[in-house]
Write a protein that binds this ligand. Sequence first.
Ligand SMILES: [Fe+2]
Length: 224
Amino acid sequence: MLCRIGNVQRCAAGLKPLLGIVASRQKHTLPDLPYDYGALEPHISAEIMQLHHSKHHATYVNNLNVTEEKYQEALAKGDVTTQVALQAALKFNGGGHINHTIFWTNLSPNGGGEPEGELMKVIQRDFGSFEKMKEKMSAATVAVQGSGWGWLGFDKENGRLRIAACANQDPLQGTTGLIPLLGIDVWEHAYYLQYKNVRPDYVKAIWNIINWENINERFKAAKK
Ligand SMILES: [Fe+2]
């Protein structure tokens, strides 16, 4: 379970944020999409969106709730062995819920174009230009081996933007410390029905529906 930042840095899985989730006994719920299933066509088909949201994301939510329940029971019993054994399921299903909840808001039928204001200035400062950032993030995302995510994240320690790639459902902040701004899901369930095995075409198309207002809001909140 490795998570890469840029080309070189690797880090071990961090479970702290997921362990934080289990402190709450509230059940997690599937968030509504802020648009219709067909609203992102022609870039992402309604069939993909419906399955992705109502089946895949819903399964992460259900399994996260089941895992948390087992974790609470193990906590109550002082059963550390079971707590440890549940951490992979917590990471996978908790990460799946966290990642997809961000992803839906990163997209919009009115998206595309370029960011404005300070976010654009910081992208230009950290990557040279908006186009270079897109190229770097696209390349890192397409290169994910198997299932995973490409990310634009904010490094709070030095105030800079970073590109990262995470395997499976490893959540960006829990595994790298970067605050997630924009995620691109490259699990096959996100594109295969429409793009088949041509992941680069899906990644190229998704820039047409990126919700830069949402990413700008996330950037402002991350800086605080
Ligand atoms: Fe997904």
